[in-house]
Write a protein that binds this ligand. Structure first.
Ligand code: FES
Length: 150
């Protein structure tokens, strides 16, 4: 999508929103998340409003707006995991950690993301912490797993 803006010198500037997503992806790759300072910088660079940048970025689940935790938890909500209780597992995680997907715990220990499939559906419900896969996770097991990272 191309948008017409007026530059400080009065020239018409055409902003290609196709530039926005790659810029945000690059920032997230470098910093692990999109900070409010980054949103401001991108807005100035592309000459669009910060609201517009945030509006586009928040539409995509891939972008985070908080610094990641020391350990990243991915909870699978793909079909197999959904059928085997993935949603309940997510609710338990949210309760235990007191955060929602896309957020980081107050102590910075964990961040939480939901994903579509971790590629080991036979182990449903599945979650991943950093590079470690945990299959057939129950609520009791979940608490023990979290405690092992404390
Ligand atoms: S659906 Fe969960 S691992 Fe594939």
């Amino acid at each position: 999508m191309t948008k017409q803006n007026q530059s400080e010198s009065g020239l018409q500037v055409y902003v290609d929103h196709g530039d926005l997503i790659p810029m945000l992806q690059q920032i997230q790759e470098q910093n692990g998340y999109i900070s409010s300072d980054s949103i401001q910088e991108v807005a100035q660079t592309l000459r669009i409003s910060e609201n517009e940048v945030y509006g586009v970025a928040s539409f995509y689940a891939q972008f985070r707006f908080q610094a990641p935790g020391r350990h990243s938890i991915k909870i699978c909500l793909g079909t197999a995991c959904h059928v085997k209780g993935g949603e309940k597992l997510l609710e338990s995680l949210q309760r235990e950690l007191n955060i929602n997907p896309g957020e980081t715990t107050a102590d910075g220990l964990f961040d939480l993301q939901r994903v579509a499939c971790l590629g080991c559906c036979a182990l449903a419900p599945v979650m991943q912490i950093d590079d470690q896969i945990y299959g057939r996770v129950t609520n009791t097991r979940l608490k023990r797993i979290l405690e092992s990272y404390a």
